[in-house]
Design a protein around this ligand. Structure first.
Ligand SMILES: Nc1ncnc2c1ncn2[C@@H]1O[C@H](COP(=O)(O)OP(=O)(O)O)[C@@H](O)[C@H]1O
Ligand SMILES: [Mg+2]
Length: 249
């Protein structure tokens, strides 16, 4: 999916968090946004998803060339946008299977039979090396941080998104789980080459697993530097305060 953030200004409780923020992501591209804590990365991800707490005071967000600013979260989700939250929420009283079935049903024009749905979700759970019993537990209730991330990825696989935002995907995931989750995502990208990804992270570790073609460094509410994968390596080496004028030898 083609996504464009145009001259965005975002305020939270009247404080400007992002300002004059521009980013174009073409279908099939993997972009990474890197920046220190508190710079507004999660805010950006929630704004793209349509969270009402955040005010877009200037600019626009386009999906396939059309503004989505007036669309609600569920409408953006039906367009194919999926956000894997930094801190996924839990929902009491609704099992994982029920909530994912409801969201798949609201999106697909051709409804799957329950049998087809169960086969597909169990198959995806298997790929993620999840215990199938978890599908019958309340969504994310009592799950560890890493398990919650897996649950979100399972949901994503079932919804077949065209644009995925991964906000600090690696937080909470142990090395083995990170490998399983990113292998599964990479497989999904291979099967769905038009899907684009925005990886939001302050560590470079995740980028060794899902390799971005484009890396952007955010500071003071703006993208201050863009480059290819080598920019991530520079950030890893020198941190965010480096001016990056130094040429590597
Ligand atoms: N709902 C909110 N209410 C008040 N302040 C918020 C809210 N969400 C984010 N902020 C503030 O916005 C800034 C950016 O936060 P965040 O987007 O979470 O940063 P990052 O993800 O880059 O670490 C921080 O100063 C944070 O305290
Ligand atoms: Mg964050």
């Amino acid at each position: 999916m083609n996504i464009e953030l145009k001259d965005l200004e975002i305020k939270v409780e009247d404080k400007v968090i992002l300002d004059d923020f521009n980013l174009k992501i073409n279908k099939g591209e993997i972009h990474a946004i890197m920046g220190p804590n508190g710079v507004g990365k999660s805010t950006l991800s929630k704004v793209i998803m349509g969270y009402p707490d955040y005010q877009v005071t200037k600019g626009d967000i386009l999906a396939e060339g059309n503004s989505i600013l007036n669309l609600k979260i569920d409408e953006r989700s039906r367009l194919g946008i999926f956000l894997v939250y930094q801190n996924p929420i839990s929902i009491d009283g609704v099992t994982m299977r029920e909530i994912i079935k409801a969201s798949v049903d609201s999106k697909d024009t051709e409804k799957k039979t329950l049998y087809e749905f169960v086969k597909e979700i169990e198959n995806s759970a298997e790929k993620l090396e999840m215990d199938k019993k978890n599908l019958h537990r309340d969504f994310n209730v009592g799950f560890s941080g890493g398990e919650r991330k897996k649950n979100e990825i399972l949901w994503a696989l079932m919804l077949k998104p065209k644009f995925i935002i991964l906000d600090e995907l690696d937080s909470g995931l142990d090395v083995d789980s990170l490998k399983i989750v990113t292998d599964t995502l990479n497989q999904y990208l291979k099967e769905n080459p038009d899907t684009s990804i925005l990886i939001i992270t302050h560590y470079t570790r995740i980028l060794d697993y899902i390799k971005p073609g484009f890396v952007h460094m955010v500071k003071n509410g703006k993208i201050i530097k863009s480059g290819d994968f080598s920019l991530a390596k520079l950030i890893e080496k020198f941190g965010y305060n480096q001016s990056f004028d130094i040429k590597e030898d």
